[in-house]
Design a protein around this ligand. Sequence first.
Ligand SMILES: C[S@@+](CC[C@H](N)C(=O)[O-])C[C@H]1O[C@@H](n2cnc3c(N)ncnc32)[C@H](O)[C@@H]1O
Length: 334
Amino acid sequence: MWVGTHPLVPGPSTLHDYVVTSLPRHPSEGAERERATLAVARAARALAAAGLESARAEAELLAAYVLDVPRGRLALADGFDACQRERFAALVARRVDREPLQHLTGRAGFRHLELSVGPGVFVPRPETELLAGWGVDRARRRPAPLVVDLCSGSGAIALAVAQEVPGARVVAVERSPAALAWLRRNAAARVAAGDRPVEVVAADVTDPRLLAGLVGQVDVLLCNPPYVPRGVAVPPEVAGHDPDEAIFGGADGLDVIRPVLARAAALLRPGGALGVEHDDTHGAAVPALLAADGRYAEVAEHRDLAGRARFATASRRGDGPRPDTGLAWQTGYS
Ligand SMILES: C[S@@+](CC[C@H](N)C(=O)[O-])C[C@H]1O[C@@H](n2cnc3c(N)ncnc32)[C@H](O)[C@@H]1O
């Protein structure tokens, strides 16, 4: 059973905001409008009693959402009218029932993006921003890189790369029809905002013929697959609201990762870069799979700020005889 905050739980920090601490007097105080700060304090107590670690922050984010103000302006807001008070109470009750905050607001922050999310799609996690950032850095080393994002979900990684590397051609692959609908919606919003369109492909990433037209051409391949071993207990937000196919990766959690590593080796050009997120228990297993494949060099393991093994990277070797695969690999903070 998970205790405390786990990377699988999408935390409120993804909304990139800060805490309100002041309680200034306001002309509406005592009138029929209820001061936001009082309602927030009450909501925070309810959320804390439900076991949420960031109860105050989440209460503020929900209040700011209902009042349609930035969280930092909450103390200066006019306060709740009767209708807003009712809406806020309903949202707090749903959060007490452990519906993800991002499903309540319909939004999730990811790097410099605000994505639409809801039922049927995985809520992007802050930890995955590390893998996306690594991919952005690799992609920027080429003038017009071809970047592929496998298991794209809401499109978080693909759309972040498209925004941050404007010269990139980005291909996003996803299998779930529900997730594809969110991905296309987010992709259209980013085009409207001026980003280069991401190419959305509906496909199974374990298909050995995946993206056959791109064999040997991909500069950067990124993947945040389902990787939790079957049977592992996950928090209520995850169990009740993230699709199972986004979370569980078979008995050992590697059912999707294994074929992805094999297909990535075919898709990458010599020198191309691969980055794959994995379970924090797979900090040795995924680098070992990369090393054992024989087509990868520079295998490295990356940790998050909490020190947990988070993603593995490698570069595609040039073709030629397969080298001795008894490689050691490096570890480090990304
Ligand atoms: C952990 S989520 C990652 C979503 C997104 N990349 C992110 O980081 O927020 C994994 C995604 O992989 C998709 N998926 C699972 N198995 C797949 C498969 N065999 N082929 C294509 N997509 C798959 C799921 O539907 C889900 O959207």
